[in-house]
Ligand binder design. Structure first.
Ligand code: AMP
Ligand code: MG
Length: 424
């Protein structure tokens, strides 16, 4: 387990591009979770802690890909039909016990090992689908035209002995677990889940389910952030809503710092005089306001309570999500032991004009529609305030407009980031 430095989020204060900030910050972080061995059944969604190398080939033997007849290709006639006696039967799990003599065919079924060759020589190498053959008394009639090696699956065609089949840092999916099982593994070394504490602050923020006093709003962000973190495999402690009261916030943060690998909140860190989170974090550790050149955004507060990373996201629900996706998510993934590549973007056509401020990256919520040319066009939402959470619900993803762009014209190519790429 790595130890973070005392002030790993220190920041000079100037406006910084999100890619630069990310590069810089990722370089300062290391995985903080320990490895544990888990049965395959319990490893879904965990980050692999060590490479998995196969000590065997899969499949272990050459075998038939179809139900049919297995022959020596050299016994066939390229100019016409051949009639071969059927000598033997090989089914999956029931290999032919003896070598197959030349000049014969074997009735074979999918997955059955290819028979051995006569006199220790090469065995039959070709399988005909039963639909392509005819039975005539005790013989099978093989048509002309089959290729040497047809319908034979080679030993090791899936996994070669000695191959690395899964790389450390990968998030385990169903097919990854299946592949591990296919080489005979019953367990894997995975990272323990990152333990995250999440809370909200603000005198106007109230718990859903209770009547809403005048001037207040329900807490949307905590539910979103808990779900985002759990979706990434974190084990989340929900600390609820902390009152805008310095000693309460301080106490809660100090308590959260033991037993958690990160603390995350939204709102209350913009530096206004009602924002008590800032003072509380600073009194327990360090806090830096990273002024990201993005919209929607506002500064993201990054700090440490003891040595536990603290993420203070903006309060506006869309800004909280966008800063989570563009900055917090990759940092959390690094702490959790992930080496997954960044979410991929895909080029689509903009179906809107957009006047943009130079020098910052802007994220525009869009819905994709098929365009006339067989590609996709991105439709922007009319309402794009940082508090319009319903637009995130309706969107398929976001278009990322680069720093140097000022005037987007309809039809221009833009980078589309599907929410699904970021696990949303
Ligand atoms: P702040 O960053 O505290 O200045 O908050 C900015 C805006 O986001 C304000 O309108 C807050 O009411 C709103 N906000 C802050 N926290 C939350 C939350 N947990 N859920 C929904 N809205 C919030
Ligand atoms: Mg506030």
């Amino acid at each position: 387990m790595a130890q973070l430095t005392d002030d790993c989020f220190a920041f000079g204060g100037a406006l910084v591009g999100v890619a630069t900030a990310l590069d810089d910050l990722l370089g300062r972080l290391a995985p903080v979770t320990q490895a544990e061995e888990l049965p395959l059944r319990r490893a879904l969604g965990r980050f692999l802690a060590a490479d998995v190398t196969s000590d065997r080939a899969v499949p272990p033997h050459d075998n038939s890909a179809v139900d049919g007849y297995c022959v020596y290709f050299d016994d066939l006639d390229p100019r016409g039909e051949v009639r071969l006696p059927v000598a033997g039967r090989a089914a999956a799990g029931h290999p032919l016990p003896a070598p197959q003599p030349r000049g014969t065919a074997v009735r074979i079924f999918t997955g059955a090992p290819m028979p051995r060759g006569a006199d220790g020589g090469p065995g039959p190498d070709t399988v005909l689908m039963q639909e392509d053959c005819r039975i005539d008394a005790d013989r099978v009639v093989i048509p002309r035209g089959i290729k040497r090696g047809a319908n034979r699956r080679k030993a090791g065609e899936d996994v070669v002995a000695g191959a690395r089949i899964l790389a450390a840092g990968r998030r385990l999916r169903a097919q990854d677990l299946g592949l591990a099982a296919s080489i005979g593994r019953t367990s894997l070394s995975v990272r323990q889940p990152l333990r995250a504490a999440v809370f909200s602050t603000g005198d106007e923020i109230r718990e859903p389910g209770i009547p809403l006093p005048e001037g207040c709003v329900y807490d949307a962000n905590r539910t979103t952030l808990v779900a985002l973190l759990e979706g990434m495999g974190c084990r989340v402690t929900d600390l609820g809503i902390l009152a805008d009261e310095p000693s309460a916030v301080r106490q809660a943060l100090a308590a959260a710092a033991s037993g958690h690998d990160l603390i995350m909140t939204s709102g209350g860190v913009s530096g206004g005089e009602e924002d008590h989170v800032r003072g509380a974090v600073e009194s327990l550790g360090t806090l830096h306001f990273w002024r990201l050149a993005i919209k929607p955004g506002r500064p993201v507060a990054l700090g440490q309570v003891d040595r536990v990373p603290f993420f203070g996201l903006p309060g506006n629900p869309v800004a909280a999500m966008v800063t989570f996706l563009s900055l917090a998510r990759p940092l959390v993934l690094r702490l959790a032991g992930s080496t997954e590549p960044a979410p991929r973007t895909f080029p689509v056509r903009a179906d809107f004009a957009y006047a943009k401020k130079a020098g910052r990256r802007e994220f525009v919520r869009v819905r994709l529609e098929a365009d006339e040319g067989g590609g996709w066009k991105a439709r922007k939402f009319a309402r794009d305030g940082a508090g319009i959470l319903s637009s995130m619900v309706e969107a398929d993803g976001i278009v990322s407009l680069p720093e140097d762009l000022v005037d987007l014209v309809p039809g221009a190519a833009v980078d589309f980031l599907p929410f699904a790429e970021a696990g949303l």
